[in-house]
Structures are given as C-alpha cells and as structure tokens.
Design a protein around this ligand. Structure first.
Ligand SMILES: Nc1ncnc2c1ncn2[C@@H]1O[C@H](COP(=O)(O)OP(=O)(O)O)[C@@H](O)[C@H]1O
Ligand SMILES: [Mg+2]
Length: 389
C-alpha cells in the first residue's frame, strides 16, 4: 500500500546538497495501518509466542537465571548487526576475569548490558525517568561510553546532518532529517508513545522502532538504541515481565530484509510490510527463546542431579554448580568470592565439577585459568556467531 510518510527538505552536509527526509508523526495515515487479515494472524502468533516465552522464563527457581544469558545474547546480536566482532563467550569471559585490557568490541556489548540495566531501573523507579527522549539520551550516554564512542557525542541529540550507507552524503541510501527538525520529530514520537493509539502494543513497538531509525537522532548507536527501545516497550507494555525476548536475532538472521523493510516505509509508506516482517521476527525470536530456555533447563536439571548424586561430591560443588547459570565462566578467585569460602574448598569444588565434565578449563594456561560451563554456553550462544559482510 503506497502512502506518503514524510517530506524532503534540502540540507547541506560537507558542502553537498542532499534531500533530507522529515517523517510525518505516527500513527501511519492516509490510509491508517489496520491489523486485519494476515497481519492479525501474524500478530496473534507473535503474541502467543511471547506468552510462551513468559511461561518458559518462569519455570526456573530464580528469574535471574535466563535473564543473565538472554540479555547478553540480545546485546551481542544487536551489536553484531552493525559489525561488532565480539562473541557471547568473549563477553562472559570478560565478566569472569575483568582483565584490564578489555577489547573495544567487548566493551561495546558490556555497555549495552549496562545501558539496558540502567533504563530498566529508571523505569521501575517511581521517581526515575519515564520512557522519554531524556531517558534514551541517558541510555545512549552509557552505550557510547569509552574509547570508540567518545567522538560520537554520547548522550546528546545530534546538531549536524548525518546519513546512512554510502561513503558521502550524495551517495547515501538514506539521509535522515536535518538537525533542526530532530527535536520536534522526537517530541512527536514521545507524545505518540504515551498517547492512546488503539493499535496493539506489539505493533506499536515495531512502528516506534522504525520512526526512531528514520529520525536517527544520534551520530552513532541509533540501531542499538532503537532495538533497546523495542525491548523496553515490550516490558513497559507488559507483554513480558522481564526482557527475555532477543528480537535482534530475527533482525540479524534476516538482515538484508530488515534494512529493506525500514527503507520501504520511507520510500513507499509500506507500514504493512514492515509490521508483518517485525511480527515474524518477534515470533521467530520468541520461539527460539522458548526452545533455548527449555534446553538450558533440562541440561541444568540433568547435570545438577549428576553433581548432587556423585559419591565424591561436596556441598560446595553443588553450590558452585547452582551459581553457573548466572556465572557460566568462573576463575578460582571468583569462585572463592562467590562461595565465600577458603581457597582449598573452592579448588575442590572446581575439581569435582571438572571431573564430571561440567566445567572445562578454556585457557590452556597454568595461571589465570578460566573454567567454563561449555555445554550451557554452547546452547545459549547458538546462532550468535559472527557473520561477516
Ligand atoms: N534505510 C534505512 N532507513 C532507516 N534506518 C535504517 C536504514 N538502514 C539502516 N537503518 C538503521 O540504522 C542502524 C545503523 O545506525 P547506527 O547509528 O550506525 O547504529 P549502531 O551504531 O547502533 O549500529 C541500523 O541498525 C538500522 O536499524
Ligand atoms: Mg554504527
């Protein structure tokens, strides 16, 4: 369905004149977006899958259990969409060792995890920031912290013209609104998010993402903040009680289509096409989350029984095992700390879990050894390998 979703205005960047796109505020108009027919079917399927994910997330003793892994999975995959080379294992290894020479790619993913935690804390606090542009700017500040982001104006909405794709603005695939149009466009998005648009919340989260990407309010990090926005909205609108949906997995698997669908909204007003793509990504990611949660649950259940029933087992070995879902890699130092025990007792606990092939030493070194719950990490990290190109 063709509709006009905005206007073009001439903007000058690096001495070149370009057609910058100013989106109309949401909701889609002329005609409106209606969730009916096939879209209604896709919507019902996506909502049902998210519901199954909520149930799967509740089957474990601690809500932190899947949250630890799933938030990091989303952080890694969302960062990978734009070229980060860090893997989930790299991030978990860094958290276990806190080595001082943290690679920039790992830092980016850790920032993402911090930024998400910060946003959720603010939203959960009655005195904290609501879901608004100020919150997203504060989230951006945390995302861009450190070496690579420092020249990208962390936490501030841009005051210069940017562009997407192409080496110069003249060859860009898309030129977002001129800087002077950005505050108004963001204010309109914020107003719509808090308004009473009767569209279903899941569809609204998808529209908000597109609008955010089209405004492209920051010099960098727009993709990641826009995907974080989806996670925050899904929780805020009570589709899930914690951010277990790693929607970026769907975007990463269908990356070309993801870009094309974003582009088609601006080029031909194809909100229906975007919404059906988005809902399918949500369903796919939620189904993947359910399968992963079930797999991890049964893996841990089986291993725990093995550990508890083994004749050589100790209480500390069982306690260390119980920490693994939220610390899938540990060092000796970290185990002593977590178990609040002596070195010999922690050494023994690690040894027992190694004998049972639950933990594997992964550095091959004699010092600074790192022990990983490899089967757990392999399952969790499925489909998060680095794809180049
Ligand atoms: N044609 C397009 N129209 C609108 N948004 C787009 C288009 N192509 C890509 N994007 C969005 O821009 C993001 C990249 O912007 P960028 O600021 O570099 O974010 P990040 O640094 O988080 O990757 C992509 O992940 C995607 O969400
Ligand atoms: Mg970028």
């Amino acid at each position: 369905m063709a509709r006009t979703t905005g206007t073009y205005s001439v903007s000058t960047v690096a001495g070149e004149k370009v057609q910058a796109f100013i989106p109309r505020p949401l909701p889609p108009e002329g005609p409106p977006l209606v969730i009916e027919g096939n879209l209604a079917k896709l919507h019902a399927e996506a909502v049902a899958a998210v519901g199954r994910l909520e149930v799967a997330g509740a089957m474990v003793p601690s809500p932190d259990w899947f949250l630890y892994g799933f938030v990091r999975k989303e952080a890694v995959v969302s960062s990978q969409i734009e070229g980060t080379q860090a893997t989930l294992q790299d991030v978990v290894a860094y958290e276990a060792t806190r080595q001082s020479d943290r690679p920039a790619d790992v830092e980016e993913v850790c920032n993402y995890v911090d930024a998400m935690a910060y946003a959720r804390k603010e939203l959960a606090n009655p005195k904290g920031l609501p879901l608004c542009v100020r919150l997203l700017s504060a989230v951006h500040k945390r995302l861009m912290k450190g070496v690579r982001g420092s020249d990208k104006h962390p936490g501030t909405v841009r005051t210069s013209q940017n562009w997407i794709g192409g080496t110069r603005p003249g060859t860009a695939r898309f030129v977002p609104p001129p800087p002077e149009a950005v505050p108004e466009a963001l204010a309109a998005l914020e107003k719509w998010l808090h308004g009473d648009d009767p569209l279903p919340p899941l569809a609204k989260a998808g529209l908000a993402h597109v609008q955010f990407e089209t405004i492209h309010p920051f010099l960098d990090g727009n993709g990641r903040i826009g995907r974080l926005l989806i996670a925050l909205l899904v929780e805020h609108w009570k589709l899930l009680s914690s951010p277990l949906l790693y929607v970026s997995l769907g975007f990463k698997r269908h990356r070309q289509e993801y870009y094309e669908r974003l582009n088609a909204v601006r080029a031909s007003g194809d909100w229906e096409g975007w919404t059906s793509f988005f809902l399918e990504c949500v369903r796919e990611s939620a189904d993947d989350g359910v399968a992963t949660a079930r797999g991890l649950f049964s893996l841990v259940g089986g291993d725990r029984r093995k550990v508890a029933e083994h004749t050589a087992s100790t209480l500390m070995a069982v306690r260390l095992f119980d920490l693994l879902p939220t610390h899938p890699m540990v060092t000796l130092g970290r185990s002593i700390e977590l178990l609040k025990t002596s070195k010999p007792t922690a050494v023994k606990a690690i040894d027992i879990l190694r004998q049972m092939e639950v933990l594997h030493e992964i550095t091959g070194k004699r010092r600074d050894r790192v022990y990983a719950y490899k089967t757990y990490l392999d399952l969790l990290a499925k489909d998060t390998g680095i794809t180049r190109g």
